[in-house]
Design a protein around this ligand. Sequence first.
Ligand SMILES: Nc1ncnc2c1ncn2[C@@H]1O[C@H](COP(=O)(O)OP(=O)(O)OP(=O)(O)O)[C@@H](O)[C@H]1O
Length: 580
Amino acid sequence: MKNLRSTLATVWRIAIPYFRSEDKWAGRGLLAAVIAIELAIVGINVLINQWNSRFYNALQERNWDSFVSEIIYFSVLAAAFILLAVYQLYLNQWLQIRWRRWMTAHYLADWLHEANHYRMQLQGDAADNPDQRMTEDVKLFVDRTLNIGVGLLSSIVTIASFVTILWGLSNAAPLHMFGQDIAIPGYLVWGALIYSVLGTILTHLIGWPLVGIDFRQQQYEADFRFNLVRVRENSEQIALLNGEAAERERLLVRFGRVVENWLAIMSRTKKVTAFTASYNQASVIFPYVLVAPAYFAQKIQLGGMMQTASAFSNVQGALSFFITIYRQLAEWQAVVNRLDGFEAGIVAAGELATRKERIHVVNAGDGAIDLKDLTLRLPNGTPLVNADGFSLRRGERTLLTGPSGSGKSTLFRAIAGIWPFGSGSIAVPAGATLMMLPQRPYFPTGTLQAAIEYPAKEGAFTPAQISQTLELVGLPKLASQLDEHGHWNRTLSLGEQQRLGLARALLHVPQYLFLDEATASLDEPSEAALYRLLEAKLPATTIISIGHRSTLDAFHDRNVVLARAGDGFALQDSKSAAAS
Ligand SMILES: Nc1ncnc2c1ncn2[C@@H]1O[C@H](COP(=O)(O)OP(=O)(O)OP(=O)(O)O)[C@@H](O)[C@H]1O
């Protein structure tokens, strides 16, 4: 119960922002229309219930005129019902897509806000698979919340309306047994209630293992899919290592779990279906059995009996609401928990960037990047790098070296403002443009032109500028493919990708260029040629490189090193490192 209450509180928290957003009037209007139509449908069901009585009495009395007018009356009700049912679904779907569009845009904005997506990864598994959260989960949340919410409301209104009718009918057709009336007020209502509650309890007892099994099925399916994607992503490595047999075996083991769990679902579903089918069939005759004594004792007419049966099935149907949505509820709860985790992950990522104990990147200074009292830590708090009173001076070309894992790339991340773990400050001149080029640059899929121009918008540079730059970096052949769409990270060699990365830097002309082994896949003469190109074309750019080759020395004015000091590494000029 507590669980249900906290789930409902979470649902409210996730759902309500849409109905307070800029799209609130459309959202509220559509929701009101969907609810109003649902209530109108309950109203029509009440009218049809009353019609039952008149229609079957007309049949019993062989009253032709009454029969014809009731047929016309029913046709009008049926037409209204059809119209309402069509528009209820239509408006419901319309609300779903608007709500989903808003939630997706909202999540995308938060997730992509100032490296939140990166910090969420740093925090581990708390909010894994953001792609699933923003696709499947948002879709299911909107769909299930609406359908369960509206269904619940409709059930309550149905129960309230038909219980009143059934109560009246119980008095009109008192229970008649052994030749006398037995005065149990509202016995039909109690009958429906006991019947439904019994059904719900039995369904729960038979069906509850399905909740866990269904949940496991989703996990096994996701695990299988994830491993297929891993194979796709690493297909070259697998092919080179002849790893196909091993992969097939691993994948079949995973799919085996899907099948095994599915068999458990089948066996359990069989039992649930056997019960619910029997229960539903019994529901057809049960109300007749209840009122038959009154009917055969001629206390009521056929119309009264039919109306009672219809009212009974309406009440029982509404009470059995939980039987029909049984499996949806468990899935809904899992979706709600996942979205809740995702939202919490975004909030935690934002807090990492704003908490007091963090690396402060400030706008200050007149040209140099100054590191003050800086300690970089790993996410678990272990100290990694210390740097105090260290300046990366404007116009100076600095080569940063150090052992593997000493924190060179992490220092770059901290200067870029995306590494929150640690303390101290990094002063970056206000308005300075920084560009980081890693060993494996990222190119979005799309045209080659857009891939080079990234993160600027497509068209920010003219094709002539780009072609010229491609020629300079040694990729003249690509100039004819600027309009071609492709997955450039997959089709170009690593060396070509690194040349393309430098082309990006040449086009953007950043004030500070950080090269993190950005030319490591090129042969030494090519690397030298590209560094000379940077010197010639970006004379005003401050370059800081991470690299292991000694040949890089020639292109830098200063060598700094991350040398072991105590638990971590300290940033120092290379000479003092040598001396220590
Ligand atoms: N997200 C992370 N979570 C935990 N530890 C991390 C994370 N990112 C980096 N580290 C750890 O921080 C240390 C420094 O990593 P970094 O990539 O900065 O090293 P590096 O000096 O650039 O190494 P290399 O020369 O091998 O590229 C490594 O021990 C690494 O395992």
